[in-house]
Design a protein around this ligand. Sequence first.
Ligand code: ATP
Ligand code: MG
Length: 246
Amino acid sequence: MIISVVNHKGGVGKTTTTHNLGKALSLEGKKVLVIDLDPQANLSQASGVETPNASIYKSLCENTELPIVNLDKNLDLIPAEVDLAEAEVRLQADVNGYFRLRTLLKSVLPKYDFILIDCPPSLGILTLNALIASQKAIVVVQAEYLAVKGLQTIFDLITKLQENLNPNIEILGMLLTQLNHTIFRKEIADTVRNIYEGKVFENGIRQNITLAEATSAGQDVFTFDKHCTGAKDYKALALEILGMLK
Ligand SMILES: Nc1ncnc2c1ncn2[C@@H]1O[C@H](COP(=O)(O)OP(=O)(O)OP(=O)(O)O)[C@@H](O)[C@H]1O
Ligand SMILES: [Mg+2]
């Protein structure tokens, strides 16, 4: 199953989620591939892969073999580099530019239970490549003022894709991140749950500085500190998703 991790709003927790949900699923015995589709290459850095010999750019633009890096038992990564920004221009000039990733992933799909794609903070051609290749999307929503604004844009985009380019795509769930105990954040989380009833994962991700520290150390949170709340929350989310897909 291919799942895009999206929100065109920046800094909401897409990369942190792809990285740690991917690891959590691998720890449950699932074969997982995480893909860095963001020219910022944060997922690659967070995985400790700073200067990959090859990145997804060449595969997208020149159809070369996907550069798969093994990270751990059950866990592989396709890294990115800043050159991916250039891919956007080249893909736009290609008649099949929206379908490159879908075509590339066909050959590796049978090897994995889950392929998670970390999207950039935009709804441009890279994110569209991800959504067209995917069966599901996780919409990451930071529990903060104005978080709900702009979400409709993603839902509208997914509806349009369902009509034509990718009838199979569905929202797997909305993930609330950076939750804490202040009344303000609780109210925002409750608002999101009310508006999008039934679409929000039961398990949100609490604010936890250890998640940021693990990223800075180039590690997932389970390797860095498996007892922190970040590790507990991502494990609970992984179990919820496995339950939903049973
Ligand atoms: N639950 C959390 N608690 C504390 N800090 C977090 C949490 N989730 C993410 N962060 C931190 O917030 C920042 C943004 O997170 P992240 O990079 O995952 O967001 P993003 O949506 O991928 O951003 P971009 O849109 O730029 O790609 C990072 O510094 C990350 O370490
Ligand atoms: Mg990111």
